[in-house]
Design a protein around this ligand. Structure first.
Ligand code: HEM
Length: 189
C-alpha cells in the first residue's frame, strides 16, 4: 500500500508538471494572438486553461497521496506554510510555495470577471515564478530526480518553457494579442 501511495504521489507530481509546462507554453501562444494550426481561434486558449486546471487537480492528488505515505511525513501545515517540513524542508518548502502561488493564481483566474483584467494580468505573472519553483522542488525532492527519464523530462520541459519565454521577449512577438484585440482576448481568458 505504501509503495502504491508513493508511486501515485510521484506520478501525479510529474504529470502535474507536464500540464503546467503545456499551460505556460500555450498561455504564451494565446497571448501572441496567433492561432495554432488545426486548433482554430480559441483552441490554444481552451487547452491552456484545461491544462492548468488538470495540473491543479493533479497537485491536489499529489498532496493527498503523499499525505498518507508515511515516508513523506507531511502534515496539513506543510500544504500551506513552506519550509517547516520534517523531510528535506527546503525542497519540500518550494513545493509548498508553488502551491501557495497556484492557489492565488487559480482563485484570481476564476474571479477574473470580478477583479478585472488589470488585476488578473498582474497576478498571472506569478505563473512565471510558480513553474521554475515547482521544477526545482521536483528535482530536489523527488526520488526519480537522477534517473535518465526524469532528467530528459525536466530538460524537455525546460526547453519548451525557455524557448517560449525567449519568443515572448522578442520584439516580433509584441503588438498582437490583447493590445490590438482586447475583446477577442476577453473571450479567450
Ligand atoms: C505546484 C505544486 C507541485 C508540483 C508541480 C510538484 C511536483 C512534484 C514532482 C514532479 C516530484 C518528483 C516526483 C518523482 O521524483 O518522480 C515531486 C516530489 C515530491 N513532492 Fe511535489 N509538487 C508540488 C507541490 C508539493 C507540495 C506542496 C508538497 C508537500 C507539502 C510536495 C511534496 C512532495 C514530496 C514529499 C515529494 C517526494 C516524493 C518522493 O519521491 O518520495 N509537493 N513533486
Amino acid at each position: 500500500m505504501n509503495e502504491a501511495l508513493w508511486a501515485l504521489g510521484r506520478g501525479t507530481g510529474v504529470v502535474a508538471l507536464a500540464m503546467f509546462t503545456l499551460s505556460i507554453v500555450l498561455g504564451i501562444v494565446t497571448r501572441s494572438g496567433r492561432p495554432l494550426p488545426g486548433l482554430g481561434r480559441f483552441g490554444a486558449a481552451d487547452i491552456h486553461r484545461t491544462a492548468a486546471l488538470t495540473g491543479t487537480a493533479l497537485v491536489a492528488a499529489h498532496l493527498g497521496t503523499l499525505f498518507f505515505d508515511p515516508y513523506a511525513q507531511l502534515t496539513v501545515t506543510d500544504f500551506f506554510v513552506p519550509f517547516l517540513g520534517a523531510v528535506k524542508p527546503l525542497w519540500q518548502g518550494l513545493g509548498t510555495l508553488a502551491v501557495d502561488l497556484l492557489a492565488i493564481v487559480t482563485v484570481v483566474s476564476l474571479l477574473r470577471h470580478k477583479v478585472g483584467p488589470r488585476v488578473f494580468k498582474a497576478v498571472h505573472w506569478a505563473t512565471y515564478l510558480l513553474w521554475p519553483v515547482a521544477l526545482v522542488h521536483a528535482l530536489g525532492n523527488g526520488t526519480d530526480a537522477r534517473t535518465p527519464w526524469m532528467i530528459a523530462f525536466a530538460a524537455t520541459c525546460s526547453a519548451a518553457v525557455g524557448a517560449s519565454v525567449v519568443w515572448r521577449l522578442l520584439p516580433s512577438y509584441a503588438g498582437r494579442g490583447w493590445r490590438r484585440t482586447p475583446r477577442t482576448l476577453a473571450h479567450t481568458r
